[in-house]
Design a protein around this ligand. Structure first.
Ligand code: G
Ligand code: G
Ligand code: MN
Length: 552
């Protein structure tokens, strides 16, 4: 580009040439006036126009001398004024050009901004989000680390928009946007995809827990009511998330999967769902069942069964295993196999576990109040076990129902501890420090490493019923059962056999030194109200129990 001074001097030259023209005309007219005046004086003096007459006039007439100065005055003045005008005009032109340039750049920037941002909230739009996601994926790929995309959709926004009008709807979206802005870090991208949909790129993602933390923060930030048109409006969001590289390695796949997860969250009236490929296969019936389950938990449709586990040493009750059932309005009693796996996939397992532990402890306290001091064993899914908040929740419930931690066992599976060994060890240690017992459930079906198992604060192994059911007829099963009893004892653990369906099996296990037994032969999972009558009545296990004695 030409330097400004160069542009200025070029412009000045051009303008000066133009502005000099009137001065040239002035000089010409003045010279013409001098010639005509000299000729007139010559005619007056000599009666004719002649060179001599003109020369004489020029040398004798003083008035002509004054007139002679005019062309010089015009020439000088013309030069001076034209330079001045040209310079000023040039400067003016440059000023205006600069001004125009700035304005054009601003307009271009504005146009670019408008094309990549949402007009209402001024957040990046879908186009910019996609672009940023692509860049984020590139850097994540280079640095070999994960990132997460969250998609958020407000619940009932359509109703609010229709009831209170679009103006209030827009106001609500602006409020939501500004609350969300405070949830994300500077490096993250918050975008509005249109309507009531927002997206967040978490990059970098330091740990998987971060997604849950952000999802929680989102719900917390959105929770306080919004004042619209003098009304207090509550707004919640359904959040779906997908991870790079686990769920997709390109922007479009990832965005599509957050959509599936968000849709699942919406269907199941869940605040947060992390994508899993099972969500894609989930049939509408399953989705209906999930939303029914969520409602069912709230409406106390869950119910508990208690299956006794008897002790070899005392011949009394070792503890009772708590098993959940769902009393569905239409389908009737549903067993955990029919809804727990689905609940685990969709995160509903958290409220279920909460409900189960709470009601189990409540029942335990009620039994204790009538003199039946019995320990309970609760099944814990991997997700729940690996939730860092879980120990605190249990601590709270233990305090609320004033039960002894030593009377609680958590049954966990091998796979749940192998999933994230470090975290499992950390969380299990917290429970062990409280005095809560840990049992490995379904032992023999998973792939836990013995050396790792040794490090865990575990107190019991539960031999999976698949080995026990047939152990009398099947030599291999018998070998596995015996080996597991020995293994457990060598590791300093107590061993429980489940699936004891007849007296002979019970006998064999007792003789083999199995510490406790559970199964239909002892009893089925019972309703709470049937448990005390059974233990004090027909069963051999509580025969000698006076009310008020501890059973262990
Ligand atoms: O009671 P039973 O029928 O059918 O239980 C089937 C499976 O469901 C068992 O493997 C048991 O561990 C599991 N289960 C039962 N109750 C609960 C519960 O409250 N939480 C979890 N996570 N699993 C449970
Ligand atoms: O948590 P776990 O997977 O161990 O669950 C125990 C399961 O075993 C429950 O579904 C319970 O109803 C079932 N169960 C308990 N005792 C017996 C038994 O003797 N035989 C069989 N087949 N199942 C049993
Ligand atoms: Mn169990």
């Amino acid at each position: 580009m030409m330097p400004i001074s160069q542009i200025l001097s070029d412009n000045v030259r051009l303008l000066k040439a133009k502005a000099a023209k009137p001065a040239i005309y002035g000089v010409t007219i003045a010279i013409g006036a001098v010639v005509i005046a000299s000729a007139l004086v010559s005619v007056i003096n000599t009666g004719e126009i002649s060179i001599n007459g003109i020369v004489h006039a020029q040398s004798s007439n003083v008035a002509l001398w004054a007139l002679d100065l005019m062309p010089f005055i015009f020439a000088f003045w013309g030069q001076y004024v034209s330079s001045l005008i040209a310079y000023e005009a040039g400067a003016m032109v440059i000023d205006q050009t600069q001004d125009l340039r700035t304005k054009t750049t601003a307009l271009e920037y504005q146009a670019m901004h408008d094309a990549t941002h949402d007009a209402l909230t001024d957040l990046p739009n879908r186009i910019l989000l996609r672009d940023r996601l692509q860049q984020a994926i590139h850097s994540a790929q280079r640095e070999d680390r994960p990132l997460a995309v969250l998609l958020l959709d407000l619940n009932r926004f359509k109703d609010i928009n229709e009831t209170l009008g679009h103006y209030q709807g827009d106001r609500l979206l602006k409020h939501v946007a500004s609350r969300l802005k405070h949830v994300v870090r500077d490096a993250d991208t918050l975008a509005r995809l249109g309507g009531d949909e927002f997206a967040i790129i978490l990059n970098p993602l330091s740990s998987l827990e971060d997604i849950h933390t952000v999802a929680n923060k989102i719900q917390k930030a959105l929770a306080p009511p919004y004042t619209l048109d003098g009304l207090n409006v509550d707004v919640q969001a359904s959040v779906g998330a997908a991870l790079y590289p686990e769920h997709g390695t390109d922007a479009d796949t990832l965005l599509q999967r957050t959509d599936v997860a968000m849709y699942a969250a919406k269907q199941e009236k869940k605040s947060f769902v992390l994508y899993s490929d099972k969500l894609d296969q989930q049939s509408p019936r399953r989705l209906t069942l999930m939303s029914e389950l969520r409602e069912g938990i709230k409406n106390n449709e869950l119910t508990l069964r208690f299956q006794p586990i008897v002790s070899n040493r005392t011949n009394g009750i070792h503890e009772v295993e708590v098993l959940v059932r769902w009393d569905h309005k239409i389908h009737g009693i549903m067993t955990p196999d029919e809804f727990i796996p689905m609940a685990e996939r969709t995160g509903l397992i958290y409220p279920i576990t909460q409900w189960v532990i709470k009601n189990a402890l409540k029942q335990q306290a009620a039994w204790r109040a009538v003199g039946l001091d019995v320990g309970i064993a609760v099944n814990i899914s991997a997700q729940t076990l690996l939730d860092p908040e879980f120990p605190d929740q249990v601590t709270g419930l233990i305090a609320a129902y004033d039960v002894s931690p030593q009377r609680i066992t958590l049954e966990i599976t091998e796979s749940s501890i192998m999933f994230d060994q470090e975290l499992a060890l950390h969380i299990l240690s917290r429970f062990a420090d409280m005095g809560v017992r840990i049992a490995i459930d379904d032992f023999g079906t998973g792939y836990s490493s013995l050396s790792y198992l040794k490090k865990l604060p575990v107190s019991h192994l539960k031999i999976d019923k698949s080995f026990v059911l047939d152990m009398l007829a099947n030599e291999n099963d018998a070998i596995i059962v015996n080996a597991t009893i020995d293994l457990g004892h060598n590791l300093g653990l107590k061993v429980i056999a489940e699936g004891v369906e007849n007296e002979e099996t019970l006998d064999r296990l007792r003789k083999r030194g199995c510490d406790a037994m559970q199964g239909y032969h002892i009893n089925y999972p019972l309703r709470a109200e049937d448990f005390a009558p059974w233990i004090y009545g027909a069963s051999q296990w509580g025969q000698n129990l006076p009310p008020g004695q501890a059973i262990n």
